[in-house]
Design a protein around this ligand. Structure first.
Ligand code: MN
Length: 456
C-alpha cells in the first residue's frame, strides 16, 4: 500500500513535469530575437516564387550554424537569405525545396534539453514547429532513427536526403554570394559524391526578388526608418559643445532598442570637427567643440530590415556662414537627384546628377570647384542588409529601396557634410520614406533648439 502510494505520487510528479515541459509556450521556443515577423504566407510566397524560377531540380538553403559553447555568450543571427525564405531563426536549419513535386522540407535539430538550460527552450521537429513555420514536412537535421511497428528504422540526415536526390539525377540549385562561401564548399564536397552533378546558381533570381520589396517588407523598413528618425530627434537634443561623440551614439542606440529594434544596422558614425570629413569614422571618442559640425550616420535594424539615415548638425546649434554654404550645396545636390529619381536610371546615373550639381556650385579656399570633395557613391540599395544586393549599373525599377546621400568633405576646413535619406522607387518616381525628419539648415537648427520632443 505504501509503495503503491509512493509510485502513484512519483507518477503524478513525472506527469506534472512532462506537462510543464510541454507547456513551455511556442514563442519561448522559437529562439527569435525580433519583435515583429511577417505573416507565414509571406515566406511561403517567396518559396513558391523561388521554386517557380528554378522550375525543377532541388533547391537547398542552409541556415547559420551556432558554434557557441557552454561558456560563450552572444546572440545568434540567422543567415539573411535563409530568414528571407523561412522567417525562422533556429540555428543549424536547412531548407530543401523540390519544385517539380511542389514540396518543402525543413530540417531542424532535435531538441537538446541539457543545452536548453543554457540557450533557452527550442523548437524541435514536430507539430509545434509546423505551426510556427507553416512548413508541413519538418525533419531532424542530423537524421537518427524512429521506432515504427516495434522496429527501429533509420531516418536519413538532410545531407543523405540531398545526396539521394542528386544521385537520382536532380539538378542542384544554390545561392552563391561572393567567391568564398559555405555554398562553394558544399558544392565541392557534393561533386565528390556525385561526379555528374549539375549545379545552377540562383543568385540573380535572389537579387531580383530581394530588390522588389513587398508591402510587408516596406512596412518593416518604414518601422526601421521611423525608429531611426526618432533617434535623430533625440540625439539632436544631446549635441552641444563639451559633449562627447559617444554620448550622441548612446542616445541613438538607446532609442533604437527602446523602440524594439533588435540591433544596429551598422556601427553608428558620429564624427565632429576634422572627423566629420572621415567617411567611416567609427571611434566616436572626440569631445565636440564650439564651431564644429558633426556628421551623424545611423540606422536601426528592425525585423531584419535596415535603415540608414544621416544628418549633419552644428555643434553649438547654429551653422557658420561657410558651413551653411557647404550644407546648402549638399542639400541642393540631394534635391536635384530626388527630382530625377525614377525607374530606368541607374545609381551610376544618379551620381552624375549629384556630382554635376556639387561641381558647379561653390568653391574651396583656392577657388577650385567642389566635385573633388564628393568622394563616395550617391546611393545604395537597402533591405535585409544596409548595403543590399543590386548593382549600381542596373536600371532602377519600381519596388527598389535606395538611399540618396550626397556629401562634401573638406579636411583643410574641417567641414564635412552628408545628408542621407531613403526612398522607394515607384512607377512614376519615388516615395521619400524618411521625409518626416527635417533636412534644411534652418530646420536642423530649430530641431536642436526644440526641447519639447522626446525628452528622456
Ligand atoms: Mn548609406
Amino acid at each position: 500500500m505504501k509503495y503503491k502510494t509512493l509510485s502513484l505520487l512519483l507518477l503524478a510528479v513525472a506527469a506534472a513535469f512532462s506537462l510543464v515541459a510541454q507547456d513551455i509556450p511556442l514563442e519561448y521556443r522559437s529562439g527569435t530575437y525580433i519583435v515583429d515577423r511577417s505573416p507565414l504566407e509571406e515566406y511561403q510566397q517567396r518559396r513558391q516564387e523561388l521554386m517557380h524560377r528554378a522550375g525543377d531540380g532541388i533547391i537547398v538553403l542552409v541556415g547559420r550554424g551556432d558554434d557557441r559553447g557552454y561558456g560563450d555568450v552572444g546572440t545568434f543571427s540567422q543567415e539573411k537569405n535563409f530568414f528571407y525564405f523561412t522567417g525562422v531563426e533556429i540555428p543549424e536549419a536547412v531548407l530543401m525545396l523540390l519544385p517539380a513535386e511542389d514540396k518543402e522540407i525543413l530540417f531542424i535539430p532535435e531538441r537538446n534539453k541539457p543545452l536548453e538550460r543554457w540557450t533557452g527552450p527550442k523548437l524541435g521537429p514536430g507539430d509545434d514547429a509546423v505551426e510556427y513555420t507553416g512548413i508541413e514536412d519538418i525533419r531532424a537535421t542530423g537524421g537518427g532513427e524512429i521506432v515504427l511497428d516495434h522496429r527501429r528504422r533509420p531516418v536519413p540526415s538532410w545531407h543523405e536526403v540531398l545526396i539521394s536526390h542528386l544521385q537520382a539525377g536532380k539538378e542542384l540549385h544554390l545561392i552563391f554570394e561572393g567567391t568564398s562561401s559555405f555554398e562553394h564548399d558544399l558544392a565541392a564536397s557534393l561533386r565528390e559524391s556525385v561526379p555528374t552533378l549539375s549545379i545552377n546558381n540562383l543568385y540573380d533570381d535572389l537579387v531580383d526578388m530581394r530588390r522588389n520589396k513587398s508591402e510587408e517588407e516596406v512596412r518593416l523598413l518604414q518601422r526601421a526608418v521611423d525608429i531611426t528618425l526618432d533617434a535623430h530627434r533625440n540625439l539632436a537634443q544631446v549635441i552641444r559643445p563639451g559633449v562627447y561623440e559617444y554620448e550622441v551614439q548612446a542616445m541613438a542606440e538607446y532609442t533604437f532598442r527602446k523602440n524594439g529594434a533588435e540591433d544596429i544596422a551598422f556601427p553608428p558614425i558620429v564624427g565632429s570637427g576634422f572627423f566629420s570629413t572621415v567617411l567611416h569614422y567609427d571611434q566616436n571618442l572626440r569631445q565636440m567643440e564650439d564651431g564644429d559640425v558633426v556628421v551623424v550616420d545611423i540606422g536601426a535594424k528592425y525585423g531584419f530590415y535596415c535603415a540608414d539615415i544621416t544628418r549633419t548638425y552644428p555643434v553649438n546649434g547654429t551653422f557658420t556662414d561657410r558651413q551653411r554654404e557647404i550644407y546648402d550645396i549638399v542639400l541642393g545636390a540631394q534635391e536635384a537627384v530626388m527630382d530625377e529619381l525614377r525607374p530606368g536610371l541607374s545609381i551610376f546615373d544618379l551620381r552624375k546628377i549629384a556630382y554635376n550639381y556639387i561641381d558647379s556650385h561653390g568653391s574651396d579656399k583656392d577657388g577650385r570647384s567642389l566635385g573633388r570633395y564628393f568622394i563616395h557613391g550617391i546611393s545604395h540599395f537597402v533591405g535585409l542588409e544596409v548595403h543590399d544586393v543590386g548593382s549600381e549599373h542596373a536600371p532602377l525599377q519600381a519596388g527598389d529601396v535606395i538611399t540618396i546621400e550626397p556629401g562634401i568633405y573638406i579636411p583643410e576646413e574641417e567641414i564635412g557634410v552628408r545628408i542621407e535619406d531613403m526612398f522607394i522607387v515607384t512607377e512614376n518616381g519615388s516615395v521619400h520614406i524618411s521625409d518626416a525628419l527635417p533636412r534644411a539648415a534652418d530646420e536642423i537648427e530649430r530641431l536642436m533648439k526644440n526641447s519639447t520632443i522626446n525628452r528622456y
